[in-house]
Design a protein. Structure first.
Length: 324
């Protein structure tokens, strides 16, 4: 009888041992499968690496450490270090603040459009929508020299039209032809569903105007722009918030000011005009409309983020100054 009982106990122990071993084998197989799958992703990630793959490796590393699978954990840890190094190199290459990035510009597309009043080009990823809320609808719209067929809906919107490259917030605009205002009024962001907005303000006066411009990935070298060069300089420890200079027309970069500030300018040519825009691109006012050379200033009361559109003939310089 005792032999029978011992046999049952031993058999039960063996069954439990086999079950435990099967569980261990199953865990090993599961982890090995995950390692193999992630390794495949890793090989692909060498060409197109992203943080999602890194996150998956780090989660797997934690699970392996908790399961005391040190060898596999060390293998995964090595991959994590390599991925971080690759991501770091990629960030340095693509970082829009990187000097190298800015010195290697690349043209995305060239656009030609007719405008009468306000015209908006809304670009999301690689799709362009044309909106013309004022006056006559445009009859001319070209992308890289190819004429586009315009079909307007009741909201006076036409599109979408495709370009080869997706737009991001590093894209800049180079004017080719513009008789009035042409500028980027909104950069892509989460707030506007990653949509870039290019605004044309064609002042009333006869027939519609033709506007032509290029979009560049990154910031074009100054030698690739028009003869106008613009410099922004913040002087610490003084009342000068920013300074700009150029020859001809240009949009300045945005600047932040406190309440009570002034635009001070010195124009050398026959015409000098300044248009003040809010952060969203809305026209706030016209601080300067000067005929002939000379200096001047315009006081502004409200704090905020602004940028200027300068329309001029001849050289000019201006400063944004805090008023004590």
């Amino acid at each position: 009888m005792k032999n029978i009982i011992y046999s049952i106990i031993i058999c039960g122990f063996c069954i439990n041992s086999l079950s435990a071993q099967e569980n261990i084998d199953s865990i090993k197989k599961s982890h090995q499968g995950k390692v193999d799958r992630l390794n495949e992703k890793y090989e692909k990630a060498l060409k197109s690496i992203n943080k999602k793959t890194l996150d998956q490796y780090e989660k797997l590393f934690s699970k392996l450490m908790k399961s005391a699978k040190i060898d596999k954990a060390l293998e995964v840890r090595k991959k994590i270090q390599e991925i971080k190094a690759l991501l770091s190199r990629k960030d340095n290459k693509l970082n829009p603040n990187s000097e190298k990035f800015f010195t290697v510009p690349r043209k995305i597309t060239r656009i030609k459009v007719e405008a009468d009043g306000n015209v908006y080009l809304r670009i999301r990823k690689n799709q362009i929508f044309l909106e013309a809320p004022d006056y006559r609808l445009p009859t001319v719209f070209e992308i890289d020299g190819k004429k586009q067929k315009l079909k307007w809906n009741k909201k006076r919107i036409s599109g979408p039209y495709s370009i080869d490259t997706k737009i991001d917030n590093t894209v800049s605009l180079k004017k080719i032809k513009a008789r009035s205002e042409l500028f980027i009024s909104e950069k892509p962001s989460l707030k506007n569903n990653k949509t870039m907005v290019i605004r044309i303000i064609d002042r009333p006066g006869g027939a519609p105007g033709i506007y032509e411009f290029e979009l560049w990935a990154g910031k074009p070298n100054l030698t690739l722009q028009s003869e106008t060069t613009v410099k922004k300089k913040t002087i610490l420890g003084s009342n000068v918030i920013a300074s700009f200079s150029g020859s001809g027309g240009k949009n300045t970069r945005p600047f932040t000011v406190p309440a009570g500030w002034e635009i001070q300018w010195d124009a050398k040519g026959s015409i000098f005009q300044i248009y003040l825009h809010g952060q969203s691109g809305d026209l706030i006012g016209v601080p300067a409309n000067q005929q002939g050379a000379g200096k001047g200033s315009s006081y502004q009361a409200k704090a905020g983020i602004y940028f200027l559109t300068v329309n001029a003939m001849g050289k000019w310089s201006l400063k944004i100054v805090k008023i004590k």
